[in-house]
Design a protein around this ligand. Structure first.
Ligand SMILES: Cc1cc2nc3c(=O)[nH]c(=O)nc-3n(C[C@H](O)[C@H](O)[C@H](O)COP(=O)(O)OP(=O)(O)OC[C@H]3O[C@@H](n4cnc5c(N)ncnc54)[C@H](O)[C@@H]3O)c2cc1C
Length: 304
C-alpha cells in the first residue's frame, strides 16, 4: 500500500477546495480496501472513503485520519444469449460519463443519460446519481459491497434507492457503512450512431446550463413542493428559490453563488471551504426567511 501523508484533498475534489488528509491511499479492489481499513484500525484512525470527489466539500482543516479513494476502473460487457441485452460489470472507481461514452460507442444503450455526469460508479451508487431521464437505480441489477469484513452481493432492491439517496447514504452507523466495490448495470443493444447523437444532445444541454469553473454541481437538494391554502402544489427548484431570494452572484472570499445557476457555488478565486460554508449559510437563512423553506444540502461536508 502506498500511503501518502498530508495529501491536499483540494487535488482530488471538483471544487478544488479542502485541507489535507493526514493519510491518503488509492485502492483498486476488495483486498486492497481491506488492507487499508486494517491499517487504519490498527492505528485507531477514522476513515473516509471517496470516489472522484465531485460531491464533497472538504473543510479547510482537512481530515485527521485515512482517506481511501477508489480508483479501480475495470469494466467488461457480457452480452446475454438473446443478443439484445448485456451486463456491464464496472469497478467502483470507474467514471460514469466516460463509461457511458465507451459502451455507447460499442452499440450498447442504457447509459446515455450519464453523459457529462461527473464522479465514479461508487459515488453514483451511494447517492443514486441521476440526470436527463435516468439514474443508477434504473440500471443497476446487483452490486458487490464490502460489508463489515466480507464481500456480499446485493440486488437492486436491497440498496433501497430513493431520490439522490440509497440505503448507504442513510446508513445509521457511518463507520460500519458498506462500501461499493463494483456493480452490474443493464444494457441493451442499440444503434451506435443514434446513441452518439443522443450523447451529443445531452452534452450540449449540460454545457448550456453548467456554470464555468470549479464546483460540486448542485449544492442543495430540490425541496418538496409547497402546498398552498387551496391545496395546489407548487414546486420550486433550489436554484429558482435562490434566484427569487435575490442572492445570485453574491460573493464571499473566493466563492460565488453562480450568476448562471443559483444552485451552484463556484470557486472563482482560490476559495476556501469557509467561504463556501458562509455562502451556504447565507442561502439557507435567506430562503428560510423569504419562503419558510429549509434547503437541505446535497453535497457532503467532510473534515475538521
Ligand atoms: C459540474 C457537476 C455536475 C453534476 N451533475 C450532477 C447530476 O446531474 N446528477 C447528479 O446526481 N449528480 C451530479 N453531480 C454531483 C456528483 O457528480 C455525483 O453526486 C456523483 O455521483 C458523486 O460521485 P463521486 O465519485 O465524485 O463521489 P464523491 O464525491 O467522491 O463521494 C460522494 C459520497 O459517495 C461516497 N462514496 C464514494 N465512493 C464510494 C464507494 N465506493 N463506496 C461507498 N461510498 C462511496 C463517499 O463516501 C461520499 O459520501 C454533479 C457534480 C458536478 C461537479
Amino acid at each position: 500500500m502506498n500511503i501518502i501523508e498530508h495529501e491536499p484533498l483540494a487535488r482530488h475534489t471538483s471544487w478544488r477546495i479542502g485541507g489535507a488528509a493526514r493519510y491518503y491511499v488509492e485502492v483498486t479492489d476488495a483486498a486492497h480496501v481491506q488492507a487499508a481499513l486494517g491499517w487504519a484500525a490498527e492505528r485507531e484512525l477514522p476513515v473516509f472513503v471517496m470516489g472522484n470527489g465531485t460531491n464533497l466539500l472538504v473543510r479547510d482543516g482537512g481530515f485527521d485520519g485515512l482517506v481511501i479513494r477508489f480508483v479501480g476502473r475495470e469494466w467488461s460487457i457480457t452480452p446475454a444469449p438473446d443478443g439484445v441485452t448485456a451486463t456491464l460489470h464496472l469497478a467502483a472507481g470507474a467514471p460514469m460519463a466516460g463509461t457511458a461514452r465507451r459502451v455507447s460507442a460499442q452499440g450498447w444503450g442504457g447509459l446515455v443519460w450519464a453523459e457529462g455526469l461527473p464522479g465514479s460508479l461508487g459515488g453514483a451508487v451511494y447517492g443514486n446519481a441521476g440526470c436527463y431521464g435516468g439514474d443508477i437505480a434504473g440500471v443497476l441489477t446487483q452490486a458487490w459491497l464490502l460489508v463489515e469484513d466480507r464481500v456480499a452481493v446485493w440486488a437492486n432492491e436491497q440498496l433501497d434507492f430513493r431520490y439522490r439517496s440509497s440505503v448507504l447514504k442513510r446508513w445509521p452507523v457511518p463507520p460500519s457503512r458498506p462500501l461499493v466495490l463494483a456493480a452490474d448495470l443493464r444494457l441493451h443493444h442499440a444503434d451506435a450512431e443514434l446513441l452518439r447523437a443522443e450523447l451529443a444532445e445531452i452534452a450540449a444541454a449540460r454545457k448550456s446550463k453548467t456554470p464555468w469553473g470549479s464546483s460540486c454541481g448542485s449544492v442543495f437538494k430540490n425541496p418538496p413542493p409547497v402546498i398552498g391554502a387551496d391545496g395546489t402544489a407548487t414546486a420550486y427548484s433550489a436554484g429558482q428559490l435562490i434566484e427569487r431570494g435575490g442572492i445570485k452572484g453574491t460573493r464571499i472570499g473566493g466563492a460565488e453563488i453562480s450568476q448562471v445557476h443559483g444552485n451552484y457555488i463556484v470557486n472563482v478565486d482560490h476559495a476556501t471551504a469557509a467561504d463556501v460554508l458562509a455562502l451556504i449559510g447565507l442561502a439557507q437563512r435567506t430562503i428560510r426567511a423569504e419562503f419558510g423553506i429549509d434547503l437541505e444540502l446535497e453535497v457532503q461536508v467532510v473534515g475538521e
